[in-house]
Structures are given as C-alpha cells and as structure tokens.
Design a protein around this ligand. Structure first.
Ligand SMILES: Nc1ncnc2c1ncn2[C@@H]1O[C@H](COP(=O)(O)OP(=O)(O)OP(=O)(O)O)[C@@H](O)[C@H]1O
Ligand SMILES: [Mg+2]
Length: 368
C-alpha cells in the first residue's frame, strides 16, 4: 500500500500543490508554522476521513476560500485507486463529498480500512492521561479490525442518543416509561456484543503491548491493562434495574460507553498517578506500536506511518528504538523542524530512497 501522489487545493495554508511521494520515508522540513503538520493532516485525511487533530472540517478550509479539495492516488495490490474529498461552505453549513475511483461514497465508514495508517503525534499522551480518549483509541482500533464491531458501535451510539432523549421526556412527563423497552432491548443486545468483542481484542492487544513496553523501557516499566466492564451474564438484569436511576439522571448510567480500559502499575495503582512524564510517553508510544502490530497481523501489510514531531521528545534509548522501527517500515511521512540531526540518521538508515520536501509558508519550495 503506497500513497503515490497528493493534490491539494485551499487546504489550511496551501492554495494549490501537487506532491509525488517516495515509497519509503518522506520528510517534510521547514520552519515552525510552515505547513508541515498541515500536510500530514491532508494525507492523513484519507485514513480517518477527518482531521487527525480532531478539528472540524471548516477549520481546514483556507481562510480566504470557501472550499477545500484533496485528491490522493493510492497503489494497493498493484492497482491504482483515486480518492477525492471536497468540503464546501454552503450558506451556514458544510457540504462534504467523498469519491473513490470517481464514484460518490455515501457511507464513509465503508472506507475505514481502505488506507491503513498509524499516527505518532505528541497528543498520543492523551490516550494515557484520559480514560475517555483511551476508550476511543480502542474503539477505533477494534473497529478497524472488525467491521461488525464498528457497525454495532454506530448502532449503539444512535440508540443511546435516542434513549437519553426519551429519558428526559419521561422525566418531563411527555413520554411513558414503557417506551424504554424498545431502546433497552437494542442497547442490551449491542452492549453484550461489544463487551464480548472487547474482551477478545484486548487480550490480543495486551500481548503486543506488554512486549513493546518492555522493549522501549528497557524492561524497566511494568504495567497492565485491565478492562473494567459489566458482567455479561448479569448485564441485562442490572441494566433494567437501573431504569429509574437513569430517568432521574436524565442519561444512561450503565453500559459500554462507561467501560474503562484501566492502565495499572505492578502495585495496582492507576499509572496516571504513579508514572512520570517520560514513562507515560513510553506507554503512549507502546499503545501506538501495538496498534501497528495488530494491524500488520490483521491486514498482512505494513501500515503507513505518520510521524509528527514525536522524535525530538524521546530520550536516546527510545529514539533509537523508534528509528529501528523505521528501518523496516513501509511508507512513512515524517515532519521535523530539526532537519540536520534527523537527516543524518536517516541517510544512514535508508540511503537515497528518502524524499525531502522543504516547505515554506504553505508552498513546496524544494524537493530533493
Ligand atoms: N484554515 C487555514 N487557512 C490558512 N492558514 C491556516 C489555516 N489553518 C492553519 N493555517 C496556518 O498554517 C500554519 C501552521 O501550519 P502547521 O501546523 O502545518 O505548521 P508546522 O510546519 O507543522 O509548524 P511546527 O513546526 O510549529 O509544528 C499557521 O501559520 C496557520 O496560521
Ligand atoms: Mg507541526
């Protein structure tokens, strides 16, 4: 799987650019605010079909324009595929169009595993520090490897929204309690399916994760993932017993949206209380590397790597570990403001296969 070219129009600080990539490491170099991360965001858009920075689409449109357009050429199993996305401001709202090989895609979630990529960014630390972000991390990963997980989760979230609205109406005496039956049945069914799958996939994930933590920390750190969820056998009963509590709370207080993927140290303490900043960085990196491992196993391909500003935060041992990974990775996109140092290392690693794009104020100034 290789991204061959990217064309962008009115995306962030770019007006119009076309880039043709190396199938090895592609460097985006340039001063702060030049537009390096913006390029990662543009290519990465085709992995997530949204910004990896989690910002809304309207922020991606160039400040002087009313639309952005991106087009990407991908080679997969010796075939070329064209992906296009356009987002346009129409009156007060946004219109988003996605096309694959010229055909409009109506359900974007169908494209979730078309282009497999892993992002390494400073914000990965949030997956360590925040329980809800961590849950999203696992939901995204499990969705990638199991489309049924994704579809069940989408259905679950729709039902949850409906049920929460109904709970409020019941409290306001605008609806009756037995109207809950319909949503409760669905939610219970979806919850149990998600709970079963989470147990299976978290066990798979643990194997890779523990191995990565050990390697990166030089065997110094020890931690465990503990999935805190309801007992599957008694879930239905407990969920239904919670009805009146939910009505008074105006929200669904039990269910998979509240489950926790706990990270605990060898003294059973939450690592966010006991691990140093550096140790947490190791954990964040290990989460992403284990994601990479699982995707390799599932798809039998090397995911595309997006590495934005990560390396300079690492100490020597972790830096070395990370660079070794890049030696046998597939395609990678790598930003660095610190060109001289990083480049020396990579020249040794990859020889002339690398391509360097020098960026200045939203323009590709040089390619070499
Ligand atoms: N919608 C937009 N329209 C025009 N310019 C934008 C838009 N969004 C962001 N920018 C500009 O893009 C620039 C930031 O680009 P980017 O985040 O890619 O920088 P960078 O090269 O990664 O810098 P750093 O080394 O600091 O990480 C800023 O100057 C910002 O003003
Ligand atoms: Mg940046």
């Amino acid at each position: 799987m290789i991204i061959k070219t990217l064309y962008l129009e009115n995306f962030r600080n770019y007006i119009k650019e076309e880039l043709s990539f190396s199938n090895s490491i592609n460097f985006f170099i340039g001063k702060n605010a030049a537009g390096k991360t913006n390029l990662i965001e543009a290519i990465g858009y085709f992995v997530l079909f949204r910004s990896f920075r989690g910002v809304p689409d309207n922020e991606l449109i160039h400040s002087n324009a009313y639309y952005f357009y991106l087009k990407l050429l991908l080679e997969k199993k010796e075939e070329d595929h064209i992906y296009e996305v356009g987002v346009e401001k129409v009156n007060q709202s946004l219109r988003k169009k996605v096309k694959k090989n010229g055909k409009k895609v109506n359900k974007i979630s169908d494209l979730i595993s078309d282009i497999i990529g892993v992002f390494f960014v400073p914000d990965d630390l949030e997956y360590v520090n925040s329980i809800s972000k961590r849950r999203s991390f696992f939901d995204y990963l499990f969705s990638l490897i199991d489309i049924e997980y994704l579809n069940t989760l989408i259905e679950y979230q729709k039902c949850l929204k409906q049920r929460n609205e109904l709970l409020k109406r019941i409290l306001e005496k605008k609806s009756s309690v037995n109207e809950l039956d319909f949503w409760d049945n669905k939610l219970i069914k979806h919850s149990i399916k998600i709970m079963e799958k989470r147990q299976i996939y978290i066990d798979k994930f643990k194997n890779y994760f523990y191995k990565r933590v050990k390697e990166i920390s030089n065997e110094n750190d020890e931690l465990f993932i503990f999935l805190e969820q309801n007992d599957i056998n008694s879930f239905e009963k407990e969920f239904l017993n919670n009805r009146y509590k939910d009505i008074y709370a105006g929200t669904t207080t039990k269910g998979i949206h509240r489950d926790k993927f706990l990270l605990i140290d060898n003294k059973h303490k939450d690592i966010t209380l006991s691990f140093s900043q550096g140790q947490r960085r190791t954990v964040a990196l290990s989460l992403k590397l284990a994601q990479y491992d699982i995707l390799v196993e599932k798809f039998q391909i090397k995911p595309i790597l997006f590495i934005d500003d990560v390396i300079r935060e690492l100490d020597q041992h972790r830096r070395k570990y990370f660079l070794d990974l890049l030696v046998d990775c597939g395609q990678a996109f790598f930003t660095t403001p610190n060109f001289e140092d990083d480049m020396k290392m990579f020249k040794e690693l990859k020889g002339n296969q690398c391509k360097i794009f020098e960026i200045e104020s939203g323009k590709i100034k040089n390619e070499f």
